[in-house]
Design a protein around this ligand. Structure first.
Ligand SMILES: C[S@@+](CC[C@H](N)C(=O)[O-])C[C@H]1O[C@@H](n2cnc3c(N)ncnc32)[C@H](O)[C@@H]1O
Length: 358
């Protein structure tokens, strides 16, 4: 049985001149079609009752630690009177609420504003219901990156949700793996020569001493987003948390099937053409691409490391404040969250965090 998203994709393939669509187009529709996409209608549950966990779903400690990073960024700028935390990929507003709560323990809490980059009205409504009572008129929504004077732009697991193109090395050249309808009427991968300057540019950065059939992904949507970021003028920072690799690690010969995955009810597999619209689809991000593109926009690398180490650094003032005091129930709960976020066996090693400043 086809899902509604699969029926739409079959139609697009039938109407296309080559009877073929790029995987990026499939991923875009399967995730963001307003009615039939996984992220289409309104924010789905993340965490225990959803399909996957994120650092946000672990509990409020994560937001509190990011508030500490925001405070430090504001201080390095000399504590300007205007400072905006800009979040993109804010989902149901939970991280914004946690950060805002955390900011109330810092001087930045008295001046900070919050802006959410959210293209979809259904998401905005959910975010507004949660955040207006908390932040009043110090929160705003926008479709584009704002251009405030001072800001920290933060994205938790945003870029891994951007549509990717799938490429395969045929022994001589890179070709694009797109999607066709096969003889049995199912969706299947099939190659076409690479077209378009942005794909050719990304393919040009890939190694070629790889086994025939090596399959991976490239991220032109991330490049476009990073170039828009580079064109902004605010002073401040970029804070990104996600799973991903540096370029050499990403395109290592042994990673011969790439990183494209599907998530459903806490199960993960590579069946990325099945149950489209009902499952999350995701690919690791290329942190080298992020660092290089943001660098062109004047952002300098401050810290890039495993989430465990990054958050342990951010938690130092909080951990020091606990010394010598018997922990109450709330502190014990936060310490358990700290363990989940930082322990290499939980989320500490799989996720990485990047802080750049301008
Ligand atoms: C993996 S979820 C992460 C949600 C949340 N940040 C967290 O960590 O729990 C990815 C989110 O990014 C959002 N997203 C994807 N593309 C976006 C875009 N261009 N602008 C704003 N949000 C976007 C999706 O709707 C989804 O809510």
């Amino acid at each position: 049985m086809s899902t509604p998203a699969e029926t739409l994709i079959r139609q697009i393939i039938a109407d296309s001149p080559r009877q073929w669509v790029s995987f990026a187009q499939v991923m875009e529709l399967a995730l963001y079609h307003p009615e039939h996409g996984y992220y289409g209608r309104s924010p789905r549950r993340i965490g225990r009752g959803g399909d996957f966990f994120t650092a946000v779903s672990v509990g409020p400690l994560y937001g509190r630690l990011l508030a500490q990073v925001a405070q430090e960024t504001w201080e390095t700028l000399g504590r300007p009177a205007d400072f905006t935390l800009i979040e993109q990929g804010a989902h149901d507003g939970q991280l914004a609420a946690d950060i805002w709560q955390g900011l109330q323990n810092h001087p930045l809490g008295a001046v900070a504003r919050y802006a959410i980059v959210e293209p979809r009205s259904a998401y905005r409504e959910v975010q507004q219901q949660r955040l207006r009572p908390l932040m009043g008129d110090r929160v705003e929504w926008t479709e584009d990156l704002l251009r405030p004077a001072h800001a920290l732009l933060l994205c938790n697991e945003l870029l891994d949700a951007f549509p990717v193109h799938r490429l395969r090395w045929d022994g001589q050249a890179w070709e694009e793996l797109g999607v066709v309808v096969d003889a049995e009427g199912g969706l299947a991968f099939a190659p076409q020569p690479i077209t378009g300057d942005d794909l050719a540019e990304d393919a040009g950065l890939l190694p070629t001493d790889l086994p025939t059939g090596y399959t991976t992904e490239v991220h032109p949507a991330a490049t476009r987003w990073l170039r828009a970021l580079a064109a902004t003028t605010f002073k401040g920072g970029l804070l990104m948390a996600d799973y991903g690799y540096e370029r050499a690690e990403y395109y290592a010969p042994e990673r011969s099937e790439g990183t494209l995955r599907r998530y459903h009810q806490h199960r993960m597999d590579g069946e990325v053409l099945s149950d489209l619209g009902l499952c999350d689809l995701t690919a690791h991000i290329n942190f080298t691409q992020v660092i290089e593109e943001a660098g062109r926009g004047g952002f300098a690398l401050q810290r890039f490391m495993e989430q465990g180490r990054f958050l342990t650094h951010a938690a130092k003032p909080w951990l020091a404040s606990l010394e010598g005091k018997p922990p109450g129930a709330e502190t014990m709960a936060l310490l358990r969250q700290f363990q989940t976020l930082t322990h290499p066996g939980h989320m500490g090693a799989a996720f990485r965090m990047l802080l750049m400043r301008r």
